[in-house]
Design a protein around this ligand. Sequence first.
Ligand SMILES: [Zn+2]
Length: 378
Amino acid sequence: MSAIRDLIATLVAFDTTSHRSNLDCIRFIQGVLEEQGAKTRLTFDDGGGKANIHATLGPDDRPGVLLSGHTDVVPVEGQDWTSDPFRLVERDDRLIGRGTADMKSFIALCLALAPEFAARGLSVPLHFAFSYDEEIGCVGVRRLIADLAELPVKPSLCIVGEPTGLRVVTGHKGKRGLRCHVHGREGHSAMNHRAVNAVENAARLVAHLADMQAGRRAGGPHDHGYDPPWSTIHTGLIQGGTALNIVPRDCWFEFEFRTIPGESPDTLMDELRAWAATAIDPAARLEWTLLNDTIGLHMDDQDEATRFVAALAGANDTMRVSFGTEAGLFREIGIPTIVCGPGSIEQAHKPDEYITLEQLAQGEAFLRRLMDRICLSG
Ligand SMILES: [Zn+2]
């Protein structure tokens, strides 16, 4: 346990808040895995300041298991921490620090057990995929996924170790965030017949989004594995105008779709655009910007991958969750993917984020059961 704790402390000490470089952290992970004989490959962002790592232990000519996580963490600014967020502290059977739950403890467990996986000999490859920029919309992992898609033999299972309290998560909603900028025409408010009011047109669009939400809530489609069971549509920000006596030229708002299986954000967007084409002043110009796009995850409970992970976790049931992960992206390239990892999402993103020692021990047991299944010797 102390080796695991030391690794968590080391990983927490790298300040990998999404806007910063994660290269020191990635190089550290690379060093640990290469020491065990892993073949590693980094994929970088455009500026070269951030990277994903894909590492493989064992044979690479057959399907294997992929353990996946993200190295970035959410900001600590404005949060009321009782200790330095980037220095691991143990208190009341908890390890406290930014990323302890989400999700550096899982990465530390992978690194801590890698020597044993290697020493016992792997019958199938064990892959590790650790990404950057997950917290800002699963941005970084796409380059790693593109790389994985090129592999001659792809993994037959991916476990995303996000904190689920080791419950077996087979689904989450898809999420797409967008900004709409309404470009109107400025004018004096006394002469508003010669102007185009951006705020009023934006308000119509926002009201229509609320109507779309109400329609889905009342009339479906519904999937009762989710809370709430319908696709949610929400506007979170709006800004526009300069003064009361000026017809506003600009207004923009940000909204999101969180879709259940069977509903596509493309279809919702088409519905919104079609309505806008008839209801919005044709002199107003609408500019749409994609802010983030997380593909939903939908795995069958009877799938072999689901049952395999349930056995590792000692779980009798599966669940769906409301938070998004990178899992849908792995699933999209044909890798059966389950979300299951130690710690609680309740503690993620909060001040004094923690993982309990008990969850950590359970996470270790989970990976040891995987070891028993895919290693040659006991
Ligand atoms: Zn996470």
